[in-house]
Ligand binder design. Structure first.
Ligand code: C2E
Ligand code: MG
Ligand code: MG
Ligand code: MG
Length: 284
């Protein structure tokens, strides 16, 4: 049998592949317990306007693994997607974010801040996703207008009819939508105009290379122009330098997120960043 299947049989017994599979299985087993054992944490990354005033934050998931330490989403989101663990995890993130919005609503300095939450394709495709959002908003008492859901281009395009219906229903609750990592997928004006959309998020790879690559600079300028023509807000992610910020401002971008403005941090640290921001009236 092994002889007849040739290369495949050899590949199956490849020790490197075997080790990778074993690691994946172990991680998956741990991931199953992570939510009930309370191992997930949320980090918040500041988003600011052209005067560097806070307008909100993006919510970024972290896994405080008992042995591996803090695990970044790049190492487990895909696995969570494949195993459908992403749906309960995503639900938890949404609940936590809405409870945070509700806490902020009591203080004048924070009551207008928005929170952006990443939604995975699998979570969005759930038949009761609209109901999930509605009930989380209701039970938390969060202002729906301060909640922004980040979807990717590929998610949106996979089943356009379902996407349109769900976005419309959720948008009717007051919730806003952003397209994350914009520019990396199959961007098309035709579908953008049909979505209940609020914001385009310029992918950080373009921001990283726009000052050294004419092509990427043009892509960034085109996205900003496109957003403007469509009446959408545009935010640049991955802003790391003053030069990048200045280029973006010069080209009409008015929202920014990146290490230059603040790293993703636990809520206590975000609130310190918010408190130390120069008050709006002092900025002009
Ligand atoms: P994303 O939504 O595009 O988030 C931006 C990523 O860029 C974050 O990585 C953030 O830490 C990083 N970043 C922010 N500013 C800078 C910068 O100036 N330079 C560089 N080099 N990187 C920057 P993170 O936290 O590792 O998240 C990676 C991805 O994991 C996210 O990309 C998002 O797609 C996904 N993700 C994170 N949290 C969740 C979640 O709660 N649910 C789902 N479904 N996906 C999530
Ligand atoms: Mg995002
Ligand atoms: Mg992004
Ligand atoms: Mg990204």
């Amino acid at each position: 049998e092994a002889k007849r299947s040739g290369r495949n049989a050899i590949r199956f017994f490849d020790p490197a592949t075997h080790a990778a599979m074993a690691a994946r299985i172990a991680l998956e087993a741990d991931l199953r317990h992570a939510l009930p054992q309370g191992e997930f944490r949320l980090h918040y990354q500041l988003q600011v306007d052209q005067w560097r005033q806070p307008v909100g934050a993006e919510v970024l998931l972290r896994w405080q693994h008992p042995r591996r330490g803090m695990v970044a989403p790049g190492s487990f989101i895909a696995l969570a997607e494949d195993t459908d663990l992403i749906s309960p995890i995503g639900h938890w993130v949404l609940r936590e974010a809405c409870q945070q919005l509700r806490r902020w609503a009591d203080a004048p300095a924070t009551r207008e801040l928005q929170l952006a939450v990443n939604v995975s394709a699998r979570q969005f495709r759930q038949i009761d996703f609209v109901e999930q959002v509605r009930s989380v908003l209701e039970s938390s008492g969060a202002n729906p207008r301060l909640l922004k859901l980040e979807l990717t281009e590929s998610l949106v395009l996979v089943n356009l009819a379902d996407t349109l219906a769900k976005m419309q229903a959720i948008n009717a609750l007051g919730v806003r939508f952003a397209i994350d990592d914009f520019g990396t997928g199959q961007s098309s004006l035709a579908y953008l105009t049909r979505l209940s959309l609020d914001q385009l998020k310029i992918d950080q790879t373009f921001v990283a290379s726009m000052l050294g690559s004419h092509t990427d600079a043009v892509i960034v300028q085109t996205i900003i122009g496109m957003a403007k023509s469509l009446g959408l807000e545009v935010i640049a992610e991955g802003v790391e330098t003053e030069e990048q910020l200045a280029f973006l401002v010069r080209n009409g971008c008015r929202r920014f997120q990146g290490y230059l403005l603040g790293r993703p941090v636990p809520i206590e640290q975000l609130e310190l960043q918010l408190a130390s921001a120069v008050p709006a009236e002092a900025a002009d």
